[in-house]
Design a protein around this ligand. Sequence first.
Ligand code: TXA
Ligand code: MG
Length: 326
Amino acid sequence: MEAALVDAAEILRAGGLVAFPTETVYGLGADATNAAAVAGVFEAKGRPATNPLIVHAYDSSMARQCVAHWPVRAAKLAERFWPGPLTIVLPKSELIPAIVSAGLETVGVRVPANLVARRLIERTGRPLAAPSANRSTGISPTRAAHVLKDLNGRIDLVIDGGATLVGIESTVVDVSGDRIRILRPGVVTAEQIGMAIGEEVEGAECVLGSDEERRSMASPGQMRVHYAPRTLTTRWDVTDVERFSKEGKTGLLVLGHRGFAPTWDVAMHIELNTAEMAQAGLFEALHRLDDALLDEIMIILPPEQPEWRAVRDRVLRASRLGLMRE
Ligand code: TXA
Ligand code: MG
């Protein structure tokens, strides 16, 4: 691992691209202070230039160099949640070129908890701009093999740190305005953020429609179709799903409904019973289902409880409504 880190740091300092594990998902890193290197990230992913990248710092003091101000709110959040899966959006400093933030005045920064990630940033000595290491709109990678499936030949190196622990991307919170807003739900919840700052927080609701559209504009990466398998992927309420006949080779992903037994034959059946298991295993399950060459992946939606919010958000983006097919 030490040798891989030395190589990786050298590649990054020379403007190359290195995929590395974080506690959430694998990131595709480039030196965040090097505009040409960052352009390579957009190209490798096929990412629209309008979608800003998250900057990963070794510690709070490196993160502070990336932003123009460090308000009390940010200090409280950093103290409580870093290193960890929380991205804080603040006005950016001149250290960060415009391409990183897609021309926005703000930048999202976070200090990851994964030790490989932190040692890589430390060795490189620069903040790393790193979106999830998948092709744009694809399923986020939670293993090095997922990264290679999507990006082999388009990047310089992948550091294999095994499966990621958290499994879904960081919570993104915007503290640059008057009101504190969640732009992307994750394992750090709006309630926890509100408690840490002692202010009310606008949570991201998992609804499609006009709210969703508005949120897409606030956080440009939050496109409606995202994290999508190549296979047709539909979502169903547990009460509806039996009413429709299923043809072809289907795969079933059951979220939060322990023991749900389909009345039709399924080629692959994955159950993730608790919100925590689903966070850790959702993308892994979607990769497996997508690799199984099915005609359709059907996802049974989890209960509408707060602990399922982040998983629900990802499922809504990965799938279309099952009923709309009929
Ligand atoms: O857990 C994570 O956050 C992973 C790992 C690698 O750290 N990274 C990740 O990056 O998920 P990405 O690029 O796939 O998602 C970044 C999200 C997008 O929704 C983007 O729009 C939002 O963060 N974002 C980044 N900078 C922003 C800014 N200045 N204002 C609003 N949203 C921002
Ligand atoms: Mg992503």
